[in-house]
Design a protein around this ligand. Structure first.
Ligand code: GUN
Length: 274
């Protein structure tokens, strides 16, 4: 991405990303800071607009509209989760679809589902890219996605099932209503953990030789300087004995998410400046 930005003709505008963060959720603060740092490394202009948790929905929507109109920023995202008094759906729908680098707007989600995406949602795209780069076959393989969130589970399932290269998988989505989760996960050639529960997927829930992708980032209390450590949704010590490939937490899917966000920002830039 840095090379692509560096190769832009001199005198052309710089790509820009605007991030809105509401409240003081510590994990969100880390994610937003990392997005800003990555932009800086790649030569993408970025701003973060910080607002207190008490901001009114009306004021937040007005801030989004202002950034929608600002030509300096080609990508715009609102970090989730939002405080309870704000309707996240209204906020997501307020972001101009052409700046929606998270791919959360219903317009972009719909396009994704029918195989006509403008942007790919960052975390699922990061997972697909990891599998592609490690030459892990997905066509005809059974991908079991644990978790049905709008951010990961649902869009990843939609992408994995598309009839196209590096997808074309047989997809099962399983979630908290499953009585026996292991019954499903043990059938996975590729297992995706995206439920947000620390070390929930144990070694005996994984088929020997399966590829395991861990999307979870959970803080658990620990005797460390920060008072916690980060663990995924997968029990790494157990799963790594059984799996053929496994992603670490931290350092696996997280950095890929940020890379794909930058990719979307450059795409938005090209679409808006061409
Ligand atoms: N919260 C957790 N993941 C994400 C993400 O990818 N984008 C935004 N905006 N908020 C998130």
């Amino acid at each position: 991405m840095a090379e692509e930005v560096a190769a832009l003709p001199s005198g052309s505008p710089r790509p820009g990303l605007a991030v809105i963060l509401v409240g003081d959720d510590p994990a969100s603060q880390v994610y937003v800071r990392n997005k800003g740092k990555a932009c800086q490394k790649a030569g993408i202009e970025s701003i973060t607009r910080l607002f207190p948790a008490e901001i009114s929905q009306e004021k937040l929507l007005a801030e989004i509209e202002q950034l929608n109109q600002d030509d300096c920023y080609h990508g715009l995202l609102v970090q989730l989760p939002l405080p309870g008094h704000i309707d996240a759906r209204k906020v997501i729908e307020a972001v101009a679809p052409e700046k929606d680098v998270d791919c959360f707007h219903p317009f972009n989600v719909g396009r994704l589902l029918i195989g006509m995406p403008v942007f790919l949602p960052a975390t699922p795209a990061g997972i697909m890219e990891l599998l592609r780069r490690y030459e892990i076959e997905t066509s005809g393989k059974h991908v079991v996605v644990v978790g049905r969130s709008n951010i990961v589970g649902k869009p990843l399932a939609a992408m994995m099932m598309q009839k196209q290269a590096h997808a074309n998988a047989i997809v099962t989505v399983v979630h908290s209503a499953a009585g026996d989760l292991g019954y499903y996960t043990r059938q996975a050639d590729i297992l995706i953990g995206a439920i947000g529960r620390p070390e929930y997927l144990k070694g005996d829930m994984i088929k020997p030789g399966a590829v395991v992708v861990d999307v979870g980032i959970n803080r658990v209390e620990a005797d460390t300087p920060k008072g916690y450590r980060l663990v995924g949704d997968v029990h790494f010590e157990e799963a790594s004995q059984v799996a053929s490939y496994i992603t670490p937490v931290p350092g696996g899917v997280g950095p890929m998410t940020i890379a794909m966000l930058l990719k979307n920002t450059l795409k938005a830039y090209h679409l808006q400046t061409s």
